[in-house]
Ligand binder design. Structure first.
Ligand code: BTN
Length: 267
């Protein structure tokens, strides 16, 4: 890790360490994927968690279900790594961590842009209208009998959709595109890290409230949703997210509780 105060002139290392509960920062100017680096360095990272894998430029970001995550310069891309044994969440409630991460990003962005109607799309996308501003990839992995949870977060902050491939530009946006000015990336990162700690703790201290907030902000609730699960799809009325973090879809025949899947349509 660079010992200098500024990481690539982009991130303020001292401020990140003092204003969040991060204990170690693994910073590289460029990386293919912060989640992949987190997996590669998992053993040492687990000695000092929560740890942060951070880059100023990610070239091969990974998305959910094997998708690619596009990001250009100015995007915020990082992975938060924790020893699962240190999470204040029982193993049954672990799926809720993924939802808590979405809530945390929404909280942080709303603090920065209070008039912007940020919503969540299950399990943890953060959108404005139907344009995605943040994607989250949660992975679990074991090393030396220790289990890690890696939360990879990509937020379109100072990058612009003008530089994006057209299929992405059509369904995504950035804070810069919305506000017309850049944001201090350390400030955005610290805000997210602080809310992540708060929202993960809330899963134990106020689980009902955490679930209620997920449901209140989930754009899918009350909509007809098509979910792709493997090679098949289910279309039904979304009645919300249940106690286990599953998306609940009502079809003509039955209630489906879906633990994973890709939302391909909502109307
Ligand atoms: C998705 O919406 O499909 C999830 C996208 C997750 C992207 C972030 S960027 C930082 C971290 N590193 C990765 O390779 N992916 C996640």
């Amino acid at each position: 890790m660079a010992a200098s105060r500024n990481l690539h002139g982009t991130f303020d290392r001292d401020r990140i360490l003092s204003d969040s509960d991060i204990r170690h920062i693994e910073y590289h100017d460029t990386l293919p994927s912060t989640n992949t680096t987190a997996l590669e360095l998992l053993g040492p990272l687990l000695d000092n968690t929560p740890a942060l894998v951070l880059t100023s430029s990610q070239s091969a970001g990974r998305g959910r279900k094997g998708n690619l995550w596009w990001s250009s310069g100015g995007a915020l891309t990082f992975s938060w790594v924790v020893d699962a044994a240190h999470l204040p969440v029982t193993i049954e409630r672990r799926p809720m961590v993924s939802l808590a991460a979405g809530l945390a990003v929404r909280d942080a962005l709303l603090n920065l842009m209070p008039n912007c109607p940020f919503v969540l799309k299950w399990p943890n996308d953060v959108l404005i209208g139907d344009h995605k501003v943040c994607g989250i990839l949660v992975e679990q992995h074991s090393v030396d009998q220790r289990q890690a949870v890696i939360i990879g977060i990509g937020v379109n902050v100072n990058n612009s959709m003008r530089d994006a491939p057209s299929e992405i530009a059509q369904r995504a946006t950035s804070l810069f595109d919305l506000e017309g000015h850049t944001f201090d990336l350390s400030t955005v990162l610290i805000a997210i890290l602080q809310r992540l700690t708060y929202r993960i703790n809330q899963l134990t201290t106020q689980p009902r409230l955490a679930l209620a907030e997920t449901n209140r902000h989930n754009v899918l609730t009350g909509r007809i949703v098509t979910l792709q699960i493997g090679d098949s799809t289910i279309t039904g009325l979304c009645v919300g997210v249940d106690d286990d973090g599953q998306l609940v879809l009502q079809t003509e025949l039955q209630l489906h509780r879906c633990a994973s899947g890709i939302v391909v349509k909502w109307e």
